[in-house]
Design a protein around this ligand. Sequence first.
Ligand code: 13P
Length: 253
Amino acid sequence: MRRKLVVGNWKMHGSQELVHSLLTGLQAQATQGDFADTAVCPPAVFLAQAATLLTDGRIALGAQNVSQHEQGAYTGEVSAPMLAELGCRYVIIGHSERRALFAETDALIAEKFIAAQAAGLTPILCLGESLQQRESGQALAFVAEQLTAIIDKVGIAAFDKAVLAYEPIWAIGTGVTASPEQAQAVHQHLRAVLAQYSEPAAVALQILYGGSANAANAALLFAQPDIDGALVGGASLKVDDFSVICRAAQSSN
Ligand code: 13P
């Protein structure tokens, strides 16, 4: 059975002080033993500090972005081997903010996916439709296209060591969450798309939901058969809220 996974995407928030208070607070909560598998993705500059705080292995570390290149003259970039050396297990790839604000294409996202796995990192591949696409009835077709664009470049076997995150753009940071039924319908569709390539891969792949997931709606989302956890933005910056989500995920494991 798929285990639930909760990942906090801090985006470009925080300070050394916040990293310390958030992670010591979260670790204290996680020590009580009722968290699902949990990871946090602080900004890259705080990863080393976060790694020194996350010593007991209960909470994994992830990055929010990675270069497609292994090394070289790429000013300002961070490579997958660097993230691995810092103790990262995951890296978020293809987030809609990077697609929209930094012009990341499917081709680039596929390269980053491959670079991440080559360094032993697990990519968390994000996809999701815009409000306009949803309202015009194109949501399922669009996310299927986003997924197949990556599968066709990296191969379905690569999804053995990856996580998928469905993040409808209209739900990100808006306080408007996809209803559990809306999210389930997309997750089920994504799994059906995967099954066209490989039934075992479709059954095994964790598909997270992201977009205004919070302490109040997490349990209902996790009760859906194809929702395997959450990629959490705003609520991951509050120890109490994030802990409620991690516990809700564990209760539905
Ligand atoms: P919010 O939870 O703040 O809506 O952000 C979701 C997200 O983009 C996580 O990657």
